[in-house]
Design a binder for this molecule. Structure first.
Ligand code: F6R
Length: 609
């Protein structure tokens, strides 16, 4: 996790670095810091490394009085998600070496830092923080004999784990040296200087021309040039990519929080994701014409968190229309459990950020077994897209709030489109598929409707926001939605909650039900609705209060509160029924006065395993 920014050019570095950090706070916000090369003297070669850093958010750093003393045009900056060592000033980045000549910011984890610390201590170095990062500036110092590029490459050869680093030094005040392995880093280039960041939107205000650094590459960034080297310092050539993205869409546009804005953006995001890919009169178009779907006897959908829940929601779609057994797996499990995959396996990876470490590792594993890999990603040009055989993009737009909303609805939508594409390829284009297609095309309108009906939940949220435990139950696709609804609630309201397949309640969890325990039931499938109602009744008999989200006609006066949602094809219901649950979590967090967009302990991009 963690976000890093850098600037070298004719402008003052600090405002650019602060802006970049603010946009990268989704990657962590435990502490923030900046290092700048200042030249306060008349001697133009006399540069001094100045650092301001502290515990807390970027705004804390921005308001620090010492920031105004950082006047240089070369700087690096960091916003931290703590992995090694508590959030504190000492553990904040930038970190310096013992001589104070080299400053480093780092995103990633140095797995062999204990042995590197020992090596440095045996060589007379002292380490002052609890971080893994502090070994890096000290190793650079140890290997430095006049050539910073060589010192960085020698250091990289010692590091195990993941890193995106930026290095500045008084010894070479006209350069920022950057390097990466398994953590993202992009370079934006313009006539006014060169910009570095963990992601494109952080520097999109300044340029739309980017270089992408690959693993184990180093770059020397100067104010009017960018050079690239491999780890053995052979020079390599890279070409510039122009990125067409709208930096404005990262603003709140009058909404109180990014999460609320993103919930409301769902009809449009889903419409954009459908785009011209799907129509009733023509074959589905996904630009993946080279895949021969006839060769697959198994599908794996692999992802983490909310993206994995999108996979759970889509599994029955693939099984129904493509008739291929489909398994959904958590990426961190998949990567270590020797899954049975070969060239007849189709592996679908889902990731909003495209930077999730476990999902990237799962892609690499699947490729090593000759499976065909396709990723469903939101962030253009992100790492997963570069490792997968094929990528299709959701067009959700930037998702800033840590809790994922519109990315999820777009992921399930795109998985539905992919299933249609495959079913057409496999010759299963029957009237059931046509009616599914029609329902999918209606999603944006249905989403608009459900945004309105969901607002009624505010009253109910007010009544129960002080509770400590909540339970969600549903069957089939509704169970997948319950998992996601429960995760949303935990993440932003810090209320303990669990989701169960309705039929499982009586196999243990019902022991937890007591007077006034709230159970949220999701019912969108007429085939099983009576079953789940019975399960809810069993809970009501033991004192539970029930909140029901349904598109069925359920007449039961024992239910405390019902939110009626628009009817839709059962297999697409997760895209609609999640919306009230997003609002539910949102309202509860607001009543508890919590920071909805930046919940504690979380980060938007999970780039460590
Ligand atoms: C929850 C949430 C996370 C992410 C997970 C995977 O609201 O956002 O559970 O879904 O960390 O992230 P991506 O999709 O970026 O791979």
């Amino acid at each position: 996790m963690c976000g890093i920014v850098g600037y070298i050019g004719e402008r003052k570095a600090v405002p650019i670095l602060i802006n970049g950090l603010l946009s990268l706070e989704y990657r962590g916000y435990d502490s923030a810091g900046i290092a700048v090369l200042n030249n306060n003297s008349s001697n133009e070669n006399n540069y001094q490394l100045e650092i301001v850093k502290d515990k807390g958010r970027v705004n804390n750093l921005k308001n620090n009085d010492k920031i105004k003393d950082l006047i240089g045009n070369v700087g690096i900056a960091h916003t931290r998600w703590a992995t090694h060592g508590i959030p504190s000033k000492e553990n904040s980045h930038p970190h310096i070496d013992n001589t104070g000549k080299f400053a480093v910011v780092h995103n990633g984890i140095i797995e062999n830092y204990t042995s590197l610390r020992r090596k440095l201590i045996n060589n007379g170095y002292k380490l002052y923080s609890e971080t893994d990062t502090e070994v890096i500036p000290n190793l650079i110092n140890m290997y430095y004999s006049g050539d910073i590029l060589k010192a960085v490459s020698d250091t990289m050869k010692e590091l195990k784990g993941s890193y995106a680093i930026e290095v500045i030094s008084e010894f070479c005040p006209d350069k920022i040296i950057i390097a990466k392995k398994d953590s993202p880093l992009v370079i934006g280039t313009s006539e006014k200087g060169n910009y570095i960041a963990s992601d494109i939107p952080a520097i999109l205000t300044y340029t739309n021309k980017f270089y992408f650094l690959d693993d184990e590459e180093i770059s020397v960034v100067q104010k009017d040039s960018v050079e690239f080297y491999d780890i053995n310092l052979s020079q390599i050539h890279k070409s510039i990519k122009t990125i067409e993205l709208d930096s404005q869409s990262s603003e709140k546009n009058g909404y109180e929080d990014f999460m609320l804005k993103e919930i409301y953006e769902q009809p449009n995001a889903v419409r954009e994701t459908i785009g011209s890919r799907l129509s009733l009169s023509e074959k589905t178009n996904l630009n993946i014409d080279y895949i021969d779907f006839k060769k697959f006897n198994r599908i794996f959908i692999v992802a983490c968190g909310t993206a994995m829940h999108a996979g759970m929601a889509a599994k029955p779609i693939f099984e129904k229309f493509c008739k291929i057994p489909t398994e959904v797996d958590v990426a961190s499990e998949f990567r270590y459990r020797n899954p049975l995959i070969d060239e007849h396996t189709f592996c679908i990876f889902i990731s909003q950020s495209g930077e999730t470490a476990d999902t990237i590792a799962a892609v690499k594993l699947a490729k090593s077994f000759s499976a065909t890999t396709l990723s469903i990603v939101n962030v253009i040009g992100s790492s997963i897209t570069r490792f997968s055989d094929y990528t299709i993009y959701t067009h959700a737009g930037p998702e800033i709030a840590v809790a994922s909303t519109k990315a999820y609805t777009c992921q399930v939508t795109l998985l539905g489109i992919l299933a249609i594409y495959m079913a057409e390829f496999l010759g299963y284009d029957d009237k059931n598929l046509q009616s599914f297609k029609l329902a999918l095309l209606k999603l944006p309108d249905k989403l608009k409707e459900v945004l309105d009906t969901s607002k009624t939940l505010k009253k109910y949220a007010k009544k129960i926001f002080n509770q400590h435990d909540l339970y969600f139950i549903g069957r089939g696709s509704d169970y997948a939605v319950c998992m996601e609804g429960s995760l949303k609630l935990k993440e932003i309201s810090y209320i303990h909650s669990e989701a169960y397949a309705s039929g499982e309640l009586k196999h243990g969890p019902i022991a937890l039900i007591e007077k006034d325990t709230t159970i949220i039931g999701v019912i969108t499938d007429s085939l099983t609705s009576k079953k789940t109602i019975s399960n809810l009744e069993e809970a009501i008999s033991r004192g539970a209060k029930v909140l029901l989200i349904t598109n069925q006609n359920i007449d039961n006066d024992k239910i405390d509160f019902t939110v009626s949602i628009p009817p839709i094809h059962t297999l697409l219901s997760p895209i609609i029924s999640i919306v009230p649950l997003q609002f539910f979590a949102y309202y509860i967090a607001k009543f508890k006065n919590l920071d909805v967009d930046k919940p504690r302990n979380l980060a938007k991009s999970v780039t460590v395993e």
